[in-house]
Design a protein around this ligand. Structure first.
Ligand SMILES: [Mn+2]
Length: 309
């Protein structure tokens, strides 16, 4: 069934378990509840993924989002945290899961698992709903993906696995390093990384040394210093043009393309704009993700003044 296109979309970045912030913002843009039923008549809502982990109320966030989706009010695309969570709870065989139960992985999902304690039925219903969600969004006038719009992988996915994770082969292969499905998910939901030499490596919040760094793949990076290119930076890096050999393939997002909305990059306090056709909505303050909403009118360029705080 072809969906009726709305002239206005309310676009929401990473929520990460911040139920109260989410509900407050949705009410501020006109979401109404009556006898347990939702209504929203000022446009459509689009979630960019990463509903769960970190914050305290993952189960409630997923339940609310699922209800809005099922009521035909919201579109939802998958983030890397949903993908990881699905793998963490899907069996590979009798003894193991698609995503390994290491301490690092347990830590990532601890808050979410806690929010589902005593809610086994919700957990089952939510997992099968999450698995049914698309990996990107595109209509005649704009695009959205959780981390990176890479035309090569979007095309591969559309041609080969239009059903996304609902295809069992694609689903199980996407947790196996080396498979095409794995690379596709890595690119779209986690984004490309710069491969830094050892002396530039940083220690991340889990205490792991990382030589792969997330970077601003959407902009032209040639000639820039490393700290202008990565999304988190390290003060010991030299202030000179970085070596383009760190990038395995240059991507960038041309000014001529349709507006693109992404989440994932967890900027501090403010969203990130580029030209007038790119917006990364994911940003957080001391309390966690800010859950900002962008009001997008079809056909218009992206502008700061349409952000709803
Ligand atoms: Mn993410």
């Amino acid at each position: 069934m072809k969906q009726v296109e709305s002239p206005v979309y309310y676009i929401i970045g990473d929520v990460h378990g911040q139920y109260h912030r989410l509900l407050r913002r949705l009410k501020s843009v006109g979401l109404k509840t009556e006898n347990g039923k939702f209504s929203f008549d000022t446009g459509r809502i689009l979630f960019l993924g990463d509903l769960l982990d970190r914050g305290p109320d993952a189960r409630k966030v997923v339940e609310l989002t699922k209800q809005l989706h099922e009521a035909g009010i919201a579109d939802v695309i998958l983030g890397n945290h949903e993908f990881n969570f699905l793998g963490y709870l899907s069996r590979l065989d009798k003894r193991s899961y698609l995503r390994r139960h290491t301490l690092k992985n347990l830590r990532q999902h601890r808050a979410t698992l806690k929010s589902y304690k005593g809610h086994k039925n919700d957990l089952e219903a939510h997992l099968s709903w999450l698995k049914s969600l698309p990996l990107f969004f595109e209509n005649d006038s704009f695009r959205a993906v959780h981390a990176c719009w890479d035309p090569k992988w979007i095309k591969w996915l559309t041609t080969k696995y239009p059903d996304g994770l609902r295809n069992e082969r694609f689903f199980s292969n996407s947790y196996k390093a080396g498979k095409k499905s794995f690379f596709c998910i890595e690119r779209l939901l986690k984004g490309p990384e710069l491969n830094l030499p050892e002396e530039y490596a940083s220690v991340d919040s889990d205490g792991n040394t990382r030589s792969g760094m997330r970077y601003k793949w959407w902009q032209k990076n040639k000639g820039k210093a490393l700290k202008e290119v990565t999304t988190k930076w390290n003060s010991k890096w030299p202030n000179k043009p970085f070596s383009t050999s760190f990038e395995n393939r240059s991507l960038s997002y041309s000014k001529k393309e349709k507006p693109l909305f992404i989440g994932h990059y967890n900027f501090s306090n403010h969203p990130e704009f580029n030209n007038d056709n790119f917006l990364c909505l994911d940003c957080s303050d001391k309390e966690g993700n800010r859950v900002l909403i962008y009001r997008h009118e079809i056909g218009n360029p992206i502008s700061m003044k349409n952000l709803i705080f």
